[in-house]
Design a protein around this ligand. Structure first.
Ligand SMILES: [Cu+2]
Length: 501
């Protein structure tokens, strides 16, 4: 049915972009126009409600995925070099305890093999997670298991773009903490069901959206420690927990306790908050940092570095960025803060006190979900690149914050993408974190809804938004792709793009 509407939709799109007179001249390239634009034009039935979403027409197919959250030591700069700036790194400076999603055979039997082809799951190395692919009309069923042996935090999977009910959303709220899929305890599993509507066609992120946590090595306030006793479903009372990492691994589900203190009998038993539990709660609750009155002013965010309070208002915006400079480097070079700014100003934005919302995603629990339909052009090469940042507030083992593509920083550590002239190329790019980026590929242009007649060679992308870039390769060379925000590029967001004749 939508097939019939396809061509008119594309034609009107072209008119919108370049005017009707040039339609014929561009016909050859229309197949690679960004599909969502054409679809938006073609979906409403003639004379129908322009607000109406295209209807879900189930095709009876269920796409099943077996996905596991895992923890592992991860070196973001395995070759030890920032080849753009000529700076060396030791493994200690760039290694942290990461989290990642991996795809498995049924019943989480064994990890699926990597498949970097245009219809594959990707590297399946954890960061990013597997590319979850489906078609409009499909139902996606993700069997998710939490095997976070290191942090032992609850985790979840929250998708964008597809359609789901609240129980399958994976997003945790302190005042709605009973939803099983929003906080899957370590060692347990949950099955999510998501529907691929026609409006789901495109590139989307999915990520951990479970309860906030205090990163290991942070200095949670006594009150924050108390909070860890309740609401930390699944992560409390874990046998075998050991190591210093666990100390700070305080789970602040206690935020939920504000409206429900009766259920948390151990609140009174926490000596550290003695005398405070009788204090009237703040109306509106939720502010775990102050609900027990023990939060120290100096303990907001990355207290160790003590710079939070001295940051100008703009500091939080630079949160994960200034910190991308290694100590002793960079700060002076590009006029940004010094290496000791570890981005903790962002901590105030990302959570309360030392807690960090979506810390699982910051440590690597994210991936790309792709929904296609019959209008999606086939390509020869498809590159899946995830832009994300990590600062020392969340990973104290790092010598500096990092700006990463797919869990790696700096050229020849980040993915090297390859194509040959004549290839139909697609980049599926997504972003999470605290930064906005400008994705740029040297030597190439593509169609978008921005720029002169839609042609661009750089595009803005921010947390949870995506880019789908399509073109026919025409320019051989040893190129780079990078974020065009200078200190994100020098913080690691640069990769190689090799095009052969
Ligand atoms: Cu950037």
């Amino acid at each position: 049915m939508r097939e019939e509407n396809r061509e008119p939709g594309r034609r009107s799109l072209i008119r919108g972009l370049v005017g009707g007179g040039t339609v014929a001249a561009l016909t050859g390239s229309t197949a690679l126009l960004p599909p969502p634009v054409a679809r938006a034009d073609s979906s409403p039935a003639p004379g129908g409600d322009p607000f109406a979403l295209p209807r879900f027409e189930p095709n009876g197919r269920v796409r099943e995925f077996w996905v596991q959250a895992e923890s592992f030591q991860h070196n973001a700069v395995p070759n030890g070099t920032d080849a753009m700036m000529g700076r060396p790194f030791t493994p200690e400076q760039t290694t942290f305890w990461a989290l990642g999603y991996r795809a498995y055979t049924p019943d989480w039997g064994s990890p699926l093999d990597p498949d970097l082809g245009p219809n594959g799951i990707g590297a399946n190395s954890g960061i990013p997670g597997p590319v979850l692919r489906a078609e409009a009309g499909d139902v996606i069923r993700v069997h998710f298991r939490n095997n976070d042996e290191h942090y032992r935090w609850p985790h979840s999977m929250h998708p964008h773009g597809v359609v789901y009910d609240r129980d399958n959303d994976g997003g945790w709220l302190a005042d709605d903490e009973k939803r099983a899929g929003s906080a899957v305890p370590y060692g347990e599993s949950f099955t999510y069901t998501w529907y691929c509507h026609p409006s789901s066609v495109g590139t989307w992120p999915y990520h951990d959206h479970s309860l906030p946590q205090t990163p290991p090595g942070a200095d949670p306030s006594p009150g924050a420690s108390a909070d860890t006793r309740h609401g930390a479903r699944g992560s409390r009372s874990q046998p075998g927990r050991s190591g210093p990492e666990q100390d700070g691994g305080a789970v602040h589900g206690g935020a939920a306790g504000n409206g429900d203190t009766a259920g948390h009998t151990d609140a009174a038993g926490n000596g550290v908050v003695a005398g405070n539990q009788d204090r009237p709660r703040h109306p509106g609750g939720g502010h775990d940092g102050d609900h027990d009155g023990t939060q120290h002013p100096g303990h907001e965010g990355g207290q160790d570095d003590g710079q939070d309070g001295s940051q100008p208002a703009g500091g939080s915006q630079d949160g994960g960025t200034d910190d991308a400079q290694p100590p002793g480097h960079g700060g002076q070079d590009d006029g940004h803060g010094t290496g000791q700014d570890d981005g903790t100003a962002g901590g105030q934005d990302a959570g309360h006190g030392s807690m960090v919302m979506e810390i699982g995603a910051e440590l690597g629990l994210f991936g790309i979900l792709v929904v296609t339909d019959q209008q999606t052009p086939a390509v020869d090469r498809e590159f899946v690149i995830f832009l994300h940042d990590l600062n020392r507030r969340s990973a104290r083992s790092l010598g500096q914050g990092l700006n990463m593509f797919n869990g790696r920083a700096f050229v020849d550590n980040t993915p090297t993408c390859t194509a040959k002239v004549g290839d139909r190329v697609r980049w599926r790019i997504a972003c999470l974190g605290e930064e906005f980026h400008v994705f740029h590929i040297h030597g190439h242009r593509w169609r978008s809804r921005q720029g002169y007649q839609g042609w661009v060679d750089s595009q803005i992308i921010g947390p949870s938004t995506t880019l789908t870039i399509e073109y026919t390769e025409d320019n051989p060379g040893d190129w780079i792709y990078h974020c065009h925000v200078t200190h994100h590029m020098t913080g690691g967001m640069v990769g190689r793009y090799l095009v052969t004749p």
